[in-house]
Design a protein around this ligand. Structure first.
Ligand code: ADP
Ligand code: MG
Length: 301
């Protein structure tokens, strides 16, 4: 699969603040990537560096396999990293015409992109009459005018109402379906879970996870178990090869797996050891629980 962007040991300090710590990851064509992390984790800094508006401290990144310099490469990138900013007294169409003039793009693209973001019927309304969601959608249309290889969005749904959030997410999915690679930053787990195929989880400038969103959710899960004699239960479980670790939670044991294990198989195994369970439940972690676990693990180091 074609590499759109590769980031190698990128590091950024703002004076004493170590905002990005030696991060590396790759963006492949056709995927939707989410940089996920709480506020202050270095998402915007990372996007700023690859878009050449923030200076890196060390490390490197290369666009499109390093065949073009950053300036040329960025002509194939559409990005929205600030609040949408257009001329308030001009219409949406007039604003996009200006963008076309600056970038040397045919005006025929304007209607195509306005249609994609659902603003064609409002193209003659002045920008100042737009809701925040419409402004954000216009910014997306503007960023797409030159048919970029990749669209970059920083917190695309911040400040929007639920309907506005949904519209933006649907548009992002639509753009991805049309074949454009997407990289978005978000502090919202459910946003990344709903919109993205791949995630880079950041905390305090460090990468905690990179990989598919499915890979994050599809761990083997854990059993909740309880028996009359939880001590004997725990001793029997500790000998099972598919069991990674056991935690106690009030009167139940939480049993984490390192390999898939059927409830029936586990039940038979325990019965053969003379243990009857009163309670057995297989649970899968949601991405949210895993995200909290990932971030908790690192902070306890
Ligand atoms: P995020 O986008 O994930 O919220 P940022 O990249 O904006 O995170 O910020 C990462 C860290 O760098 C934070 O501690 C933030 O305060 C700091 N930071 C960001 N921009 C600047 C700046 N221009 N000067 C000093 N510190 C900054
Ligand atoms: Mg940010």
């Amino acid at each position: 699969m074609e590499t759109i962007l590769s980031i190698n040991n990128l590091d950024k300090r703002y004076g004493k603040v170590h905002a990005v710590k030696n991060i590396s990851f790759e963006i492949k064509k056709g995927n939707v990537y989410g940089i996920l992390g709480p506020n202050g984790s270095g998402k915007s800094t990372t996007l700023g560096i690859i878009l050449n508006v923030v200076n890196k401290t060390s490390g490197s990144y290369s666009w499109f396999g390093g065949t073009t310099d950053t300036h040329e490469a960025l002509k194939k990138v559409g990005a929205i990293i600030e609040r949408p900013n257009f001329y308030p007294y001009m219409t949406a169409y007039q604003n996009l015409k200006l963008v076309c003039d600056i970038k040397g793009i045919k005006y025929t693209k304007i209607d195509e992109k306005l249609e994609l973001v659902g603003l064609l019927d409002r193209k003659d309304s002045k920008f100042r009459t737009y809701s925040l969601g419409m402004k954000q959608r216009l910014a997306i249309a503007s960023a797409l005018l030159n048919d970029p290889e990749i669209l970059i969005l920083d917190e695309p749904t911040n400040g929007l109402d639920p309907q506005g959030i949904r519209q933006i997410r649907d548009i992002i999915k639509q753009i991805a379906l049309l074949g454009t690679t997407i990289l978005l930053a978000s502090h919202l787990l459910d946003e990344v879970e709903k919109v993205c195929s791949h995630a880079v989880v950041l905390r305090k400038g460090e990468i905690l996870y990179t990989g598919s969103v499915n890979g994050m959710t599809a761990n083997e899960g854990f059993f909740e178990l309880q028996a009359d004699d939880n001590i004997a239960l725990k001793a029997a479980l500790a000998q099972h090869p598919s069991i990674e670790k056991i935690e106690e939670n009030e009167d139940k044991l939480l049993v984490y797996l390192n390999n898939p294990l059927e409830g029936g198989t586990l039940n038979r195994y325990l019965f053969e050891k003379g243990i009857c369970v009163n309670h057995m439940l297989l649970r899968k972690n949601s991405l949210e629980e895993q995200f909290i676990q990932l971030t908790a693990k690192k902070s306890s180091n």
